[in-house]
Design a protein around this ligand. Structure first.
Ligand code: NOJ
Length: 553
């Protein structure tokens, strides 16, 4: 722990201002060469994250799993899937990260398990009404012979939310609930046995030394009493954005679970943190997850979903600071993750693209790569100046666009299969990272294998190439992170400035932040000295889709 304390002593609530880098283990670095990234691969590349300047890493799931939803279907919460390595590899990675002053957050998936989890296998063998079935949400079907699902809920991945089982005697039987894929049965969180099991799982990882948890589907674990029918509006986001009063999202009962977990984390020394993945429609609702006795952070999805528009961006920043501030929590900021179109493409989309839909070969208006990248760099330049904690998703520091030309045969997202290819889903943001320009699989491994094909033009985005180019996206991220740290931008408050209707402008101490979201260049004030800018420019007229940090004489 020695190196960690140099950055933030215990009790310092490091998570309030941290920059947390999301690692998607299957696509980060592959030491074994089987085409899927792994924990030894992560360990081997930690120096690059140290150089980038992040405070913590969050690892998407690497626990034992049949990988029907890329690891978000956990069969054993206390072990590492052989695809990714072993528990010893995890400990080695954790210690190596801590030795570099980087904290480690792991993903916890408590809403559902894999259908291969021992408890679900026991439930399938047990009788209706048994304690084994009571750990999940089993119900009798409707209709004369129970042949209809218990209600009309639609799965996030498409199709119905219920699957019928065959009972031990071979007859068609009860149905179980799955918000996601049928291979991901939902736990019944009203069952104390489930609660006790997860307290124990939290302790298992806390005892190993993790600094926190990102909690999957933190708004879905409690379902409304009686499981009433519900039909979402046609334009609703699949994870809940835009909808209110949904019987499986944001039910009050979820908050008791996090109060309980808050107490478990508080049993440990140092600052361990919970970050919720709660896709709630408004910031006011989102902030409920971070009341003082609940989670420490929650993702700011309204910010992520904001289009490239000065008023919308200014408004969401104001509202975020107000709503999180009202409950005494830091705001978080995030622009990309493994579930959404990468922001280097998303910010240039001209059509609506609800979360989970993805983009691909038949998308009508493909985003312009240059505009998308310019906006992404400007958006990140704004984000990293904001007070609070920022999340980065692996590859955004290289300016990676969404991979749109993935052949159907390679696609793996259950969304693609459950909607018969109507929605591309999320594979396009999950393609393995390019590290070197001329190596097999661009240095992702030594064999050239890659679970999703990498676009041929990704040599130009490789870390090796970008490291040598001071105008690259990687160089920009490094500068932004270094200046953010130097000026302590993660804490404190901001002062709004007026730069017209097509700009976002504020001040952090002596540093002014200005973003041009309009269609004409914006004059910088006389005497401005540029510290960092998202694109090179002459220092006087800020080009469109560009953001700058500057001081004034
Ligand atoms: C949210 C995760 O981020 C996503 O990748 C996953 O498919 C669902 N939860 C189900 O676990």
């Amino acid at each position: 722990m020695a190196q960690l304390e140099q950055i933030a002593a215990p009790g310092s609530e490091w998570w309030r201002s941290a920059v947390i880098y999301q690692i998607y283990p299957r696509s980060f670095a592959d030491a074994s060469g089987d085409g899927i990234g792994d924990l030894p691969g992560i360990t081997s590349r930690l120096d690059s994250l140290k150089e980038l300047g992040v405070d913590a890493i969050w690892l998407s799931p690497f626990m034992t799993s049949p990988q029907r939803d890329a690891g978000y279907d956990v069969a054993d919460y206390r072990d590492v899937d052989p695809l990714f390595g072993t528990l010893d590899d995890f400990d080695t990675m954790l210690n190596a990260a801590h030795a570099r002053g980087i904290r480690v957050v792991v993903d916890l998936v408590p809403n559902h398990s894999s259908a291969q989890h021992a408890w679900f296998q026991e439930a399938l063998k047990a009788a209706p009404g048994s304690p084994e079935r009571a750990r999940y949400i089993f119900r009798d079907g409707k209709g004369k012979n129970g042949e209809l699902p218990p209600n009309n809920w639609e799965s996030v991945f498409g199709g119905g939310m219920w699957e019928r089982v065959t009972e031990a005697d071979g007859t068609p039987g009860q149905w179980y609930l799955h918000i996601f894929d049928p291979t991901q049965p939902d736990f019944d969180w009203n069952n104390e046995e489930v609660r006790e099991e997860f307290r124990s799982i939290l302790r298992f990882w806390l005892d190993r030394g993790v600094d926190g948890f990102r909690v999957d589907v933190a708004h879905g674990m409690i379902k409304a009493d009686g499981l009433p029918d519900y039909t979402p509006p046609a334009d609703a986001d699949s994870m809940g954005g835009g909808e209110a009063n949904v019987p499986y999202w944001g039910q009050d009962g979820v908050h008791d679970i996090y109060r309980d977990w808050h107490r478990v984390l508080a049993e440990y020394d140092g600052d361990r943190a919970l970050c919720g993945e709660a896709w709630m429609p408004t910031l006011k609702q989102t902030a409920l997850w971070v009341r003082p006795d609940e989670m420490h952070q929650t993702f700011n999805f309204p910010y992520l979903m904001t289009e490239w528009d000065a008023k919308a961006l200014g408004d969401v920043i104001r509202e975020s600071l107000d709503e999180f501030g009202a409950v005494g929590a830091p705001s978080t900021w995030v622009l990309s993750n493994h579930d959404v179109v990468r922001h280097a493409s998303r910010l240039a989309l001209t059509d609506d693209n609800p979360q989970g839909e993805g983009i691909g070969p038949n998308t009508p208006h493909k985003p312009d790569t240059a505009i998308g990248l310019a906006r992404a760099r400007a958006a990140t330049t704004v984000m990293l100046a904001l007070p609070g904690s920022a999340y980065l998703y692996q590859g955004e520091e290289l300016g990676l666009p969404e991979a749109m030309e993935i052949p159907d045969a390679f696609r793996q997202d259950p969304t693609w299969f459950r909607t018969n290819g109507e929605r591309y889903g999320r594979d396009g943001c999950r393609v393995p990272l390019p590290w070197e320009a001329d190596a097999p699989a661009f240095g992702f491994n030594e064999t050239g294998a890659s679970w999703l094909p990498q676009p041929a033009d990704w040599a130009a985005y490789s870390r090796e190439v970008e490291e040598k180019d001071e105008t690259s996206t990687l160089s920009l991220y490094k500068q932004l992170l270094a200046v953010r740290r130097e000026h302590g931008f993660g804490s404190g408050s901001l002062v709004w400035e007026d730069a017209g209707t097509h700009a976002v402008a504020f001040r952090r101490g002596a540093v002014h932040v200005l973003a041009n979201l309009g269609t004409k260049p914006l004059e910088l004030p006389a005497g401005a000295t540029v510290i960092v800018s998202s694109q090179p420019f002459d220092g006087t007229a800020l080009p469109v889709d560009t953001a700058v940090w500057y001081t004034k004489a």
